[in-house]
Design a protein around this ligand. Sequence first.
Ligand SMILES: Nc1ncnc2c1ncn2[C@@H]1O[C@H](COP(=O)(O)OP(=O)(O)OP(=O)(O)O)[C@@H](O)[C@H]1O
Ligand SMILES: [Mg+2]
Length: 454
Amino acid sequence: MDIETAYKEIIDQNKYMSGYIIDDQGYIVYMNNTYLQILNLEKDAVLGKHILEISPNTKTLSVLKTGEAINGYNWRVKGRNMIASSIPIYKDGKVIGAFAYSLFLDILDAKEMIESLMWELNKYKDEVRILHRAKYSFSDLIGSSEEFLKVINLARQLASHPDTTVLITGESGTGKELLANAIHNRSARSGYPFIRVNCAAIPENLLESELFGYDEGAYTGAQKGGRAGKFELAQGGTIFLDEIGEMSYLMQSKLLVFLQEHEIERVGGSQPMELDVRVIAATNRNLEKMVSEGLFRQDLFFRLNVIHLEMIPLSSHKEDIPQLIEHFLIKFNRRLGTDIKGVTDKALKSLQHYRWPGNVRELQNGMERAVIIANMEGSSLLSGRHFNFVNTSDDPESFYRSKDLKTITEDVERQLIKRALKDANNDIQTASKFLGIDRATLYRKIKKYGFSAS
Ligand SMILES: Nc1ncnc2c1ncn2[C@@H]1O[C@H](COP(=O)(O)OP(=O)(O)OP(=O)(O)O)[C@@H](O)[C@H]1O
Ligand SMILES: [Mg+2]
């Protein structure tokens, strides 16, 4: 880009700056819109005209002669006070033109300038909104079983109560965060930020300033102008306090104050600030139990517990497993560029029989892994061996129903003894050494399992 284009860009980007460019004879080759507006002239009426016709007292012409810039002089155009600069444009050591620009000094014009800065600021606010928008909605919550829908439908009804505090509980991986996103997205707050704070991940001594921000001078080295906390960032929207059960007792009291007063106070600040922010909290801990143990404030619990949504474990809505599998299959095929068609009947049975302690998250992770492995193998169907957590060597129904730990242990013991006897050519002495038990014990077990040995 040549210097002339660069100058043009500068004055074109700043509404509150007027400017023009002349050639080495003083003829106008460019003028920005702000200056045209001040002069109340059309572009065509000025281009090619001599600068003296437009601006009889201009200092820019002398720049052409001296080759030296004049910076920061006072200037009046159509009754407006400006501060101006005129700068020569050089090419190959010769002055080929000049560039002049001015900034408004009037209060009225300063106001305009501020307005344009405010516009920038609002743009930044929009960016906060976009950055912190809720990613999921109700359509991302898969499941149609009665038990699952009972919770989801209650949550849907919250759409008409955008200020109600919500507490979401449930085991890990049941979709608490997903639900919090969905509630926000389906409320009048959806155009405003959704800000998640993981209370477990932030050290206790930082949580307060993280949530409420701090004022300049709150700490040595505190940022100039202070810093907004997550509550302020969430203004108009929702703050999602995840893992609320991990919040310290002291912070619990500060949160309680917000829920009661709808006001926050920055750390080191003297002025409370009123905010319109909805609180959704989530935890996989039993808050009632924590209250009875004195670990969680009862008054805060009541304030949070206005609407309580309990996400049920996957094991209590196994009917939804096929639908979830279908959903994750589509998702991972798309993401990984694979084309896995489905799950074998046998594997599906195993998956439906499994306990799923990690809930939907575990199913999701299991599906991702299975899709990758099956794809590497070139299979188009997922079968038992692609899922490492479910034993499919036996029929799963009978495997889990009939076998308790004792039976499984005995199975393993029987196998080991059988193998040791074989490797020792049925010699009891050697076999008992292999197994690390004495001969009498081995005899007893042989009798128990009905093996023959010499
Ligand atoms: N019903 C569902 N349909 C589709 N995906 C789900 C569902 N429930 C959970 N998931 C997915 O499972 C994963 C875990 O969900 P989420 O993070 O919401 O769980 P959580 O309850 O917050 O767990 P934790 O207590 O461990 O934080 C996410 O990737 C989420 O998208
Ligand atoms: Mg979570």
